[in-house]
Write a new protein. Structure first.
Length: 67
């Protein structure tokens, strides 16, 4: 691409979104909560997985030094 093609590109403006009606707002909130809950669930699974891995390594290390 040439510099002229980049600088002459039309500028797109972002149109503001109209406010949501109450029904749309409820649906948007529920969708947002679902996404947040999925992230929290994945974080908890990762935390538990890491905890199990640490316990496994501790058992492996303690049994390896005892012999």
């Amino acid at each position: 691409m040439r510099i002229a093609e980049i600088t002459e590109a039309p500028v797109k403006t972002i149109k503001p979104k109209p406010p949501l009606n109450p029904a749309q707002a409820r649906i948007a909130t529920l969708k947002k909560n679902v996404d947040n809950d999925r992230q929290r669930l994945q974080a908890e699974r990762d935390r538990q997985r890491q905890q199990r891995e640490n316990e496994r390594l501790q058992r492996q290390h303690s049994s390896g030094t005892a012999t």
